[in-house]
Design a protein around this ligand. Structure first.
Ligand SMILES: [Zn+2]
Length: 309
């Protein structure tokens, strides 16, 4: 299974910064050690032209040269540096590569990404550019060169925070379906309407979550027929998360992942996934949730390879 990363994902932050940057390296090390079916490859940075499919030229320019409005820079939550701009481009590039690989192999991943709080003209909540939005539009453009019907993309966002940037970017676009399951009382406090939003109460556990997910996937099925799924497999609904406010167990999160991979597999739809958020009190717990996601993903990737033969 092809998995994309960039060394730039480990961005130097000031001491005491609350973003757990070390998780990317820990995840990469564990995937290399424990899941031999995974092929790690370095992502290329997204170009200005690719970013412009979902972002305004002014915002792309400001991130590139460091002239971002200080208020927006504060909302992003990372200090600007050339490395920060490069990391943001590579993170989008990794989701683009994962989508292309998913069309080949059925399932593929970005070891970072899921930066769903980024709008067309501003970032926020540790998100600079919106990888799923850029990749969706680029896949549609590449697809459209050969076929009569447009590519329809479902973005299944199970990070615990609402995908506000993604919802806004695709508002009114019938070719991209945005689904977000999130904590009702959690960040962002001003939510944007997705095609389907499911609000979950604080303390929500496995049963309640999984039945909400089941209902959401049923509704997605009734309303949309995707040719590609982009799955944001946030680790932050886990009960050990500092910011999540939900109470999903290891087993509950694994059942969640299995349900999403299975939904796409049953319909023969390629699926690319990104890691999105995860802020475990113990960083190892966040990484464990993510390793479990990859373990399930590799099982579905194998099924695709067996079917292809
Ligand atoms: Zn999150």
């Amino acid at each position: 299974m092809q998995v994309f990363y960039a060394t730039q994902f480990v961005l130097p932050l000031p001491p005491g910064h609350r973003f757990p940057m070390a998780k990317y390296q820990l995840l990469r090390d564990r995937l290399a050690d424990e899941l031999p079916g995974i092929r790690l490859a370095q992502a290329l940075p997204a170009s200005d032209g690719e970013l412009a499919l979902a972002h305004t030229p002014g915002y792309i320019q400001a991130i590139s040269d460091g002239s971002v409005d200080p208020r927006i820079q504060r909302e992003i939550g990372f200090p600007w540096s050339p490395a920060m701009a490069e990391r943001a481009r590579r993170s989008v590039g990794a989701t683009i590569s994962a989508c292309r690989a998913a069309f080949q192999d059925g399932v593929a991943a970005n070891i970072a990404g899921g930066t769903h709080h980024a709008y067309a003209d501003k970032g926020g909540g540790f998100c600079v550019f919106n990888d799923a939005a850029v990749a969706s539009r680029l896949m549609q453009a590449e697809w459209g060169r050969q076929r009569a019907k447009p590519l329809r993309v479902a973005i299944v966002d199970l990070d615990v925070h609402q995908g506000n940037g993604t919802a806004r970017i695709f508002h009114g676009d019938p070719t991209v379906f945005t689904l977000s399951l999130h904590g009702q009382k959690n960040f962002p406090f001003r939510k944007e309407p997705s095609d389907l939003d499911v609000d979950l109460p604080d303390g929500c556990g496995d049963d309640e979550y999984l039945s909400a997910l089941e209902g959401a996937l049923d509704e997605l099925d009734r309303r949309f027929d995707p040719g590609l799924v982009i799955y944001l497999a946030g680790a932050d609904p886990h009960e050990g998360d500092r910011l999540g406010r939900l109470k999903l167990t290891w087993d509950g999160l694994e059942a969640r992942d299995r349900r999403v991979f299975d939904w796409a597999w049953q319909r023969g739809v390629p699926l690319a996934f990104a890691m999105a958020g995860g802020y475990g009190t113990r960083i190892e717990d966040t990484v464990q949730v993510q390793v479990n996601t990859f373990r399930v993903a590799v099982q579905y990737w194998r099924r695709w390879q067996n079917r292809a033969r």
